[in-house]
Ligand binder design. Structure first.
Ligand SMILES: [Zn+2]
Length: 214
């Protein structure tokens, strides 16, 4: 099992390369962080938001979980890493943007559609987590039953990003910061096969491909 050795080799390359080359930056970051962007991404190993957005250390406050989900706000504290991270980003770091970073071919979304984790023993945690998007999943399945041409996976990936943004607005500190004009929420989807980033247009509710020319 050579994988852990590969990590240590990677550390050595980082320590002798990027860390040395950007020493000033790391010295500055040692004093504290001041990112202006929070990204909520999937844990999927293929979609690293710092890589896709070409961001350096200190630029993004990143939360990753299965299928980049944001559960609705709950007044019960201490039970959600999402609530803790969003609260710290908005109330502590005072980020200007929260980006929900969905992605194509998401295994969590595929499992939610297929019911892969409905096994109460082997998949109970994933199953319970993905139940946050059960209403969206059920409406996509119903639409697909009527129109088989609908791409259920893609449709649910997009619906789950919209749902996460709607759920973010149930957090009182998010709603207050957005109302005060201090915070903007964004929906995006990246497809690893196409290399394309799509942005959610808040006016139409549709995702539009971002042109590469400036
Ligand atoms: Zn995913």
């Amino acid at each position: 099992m050579p994988e852990f050795k590969a990590l240590l080799d990677g550390y050595r390359r980082f320590r002798l390369g990027d860390y040395r080359d950007q020493r000033e930056r790391y010295d500055r970051l040692a004093q504290g962080q001041d990112p202006k962007v929070m990204v909520i991404a999937c844990s999927d190993s293929r979609v690293d938001p710092t890589r896709v957005f070409d961001a350096g250390p200190g630029e993004m406050f990143v939360l990753r979980n299965i299928a980049n989900l944001v559960p609705p706000f709950s007044a019960i504290s201490g039970q959600s890493s999402v609530a803790a991270a969003v609260e710290y980003a908005v109330s502590g770091l005072e980020v200007h943007h929260i980006v929900v970073f969905g992605h194509g071919r998401c295994g969590g979304i595929a499992a939610a559609l297929a019911g892969d984790f409905d096994n109460p023993v082997a998949g109970k945690h994933v199953h319970a987590w993905m139940e946050f998007i059960a209403p969206a999943r059920d409406s996509v399945k119903a639409a697909c039953a009527l129109s088989p041409d609908i791409d259920a996976q893609r449709t649910l990936e997009q619906a789950s990003v919209r749902l996460s943004i709607d759920n973010l607005r149930t957090y009182p500190f998010v709603a207050a910061a957005e109302k005060a004009g201090k915070l903007k929420l964004h929906g995006t989807i990246f497809d690893i096969a196409e290399g394309a980033l799509k942005i959610l247009d808040p006016k139409t509710g549709q995702f539009q491909a971002l042109p590469l020319d400036l």
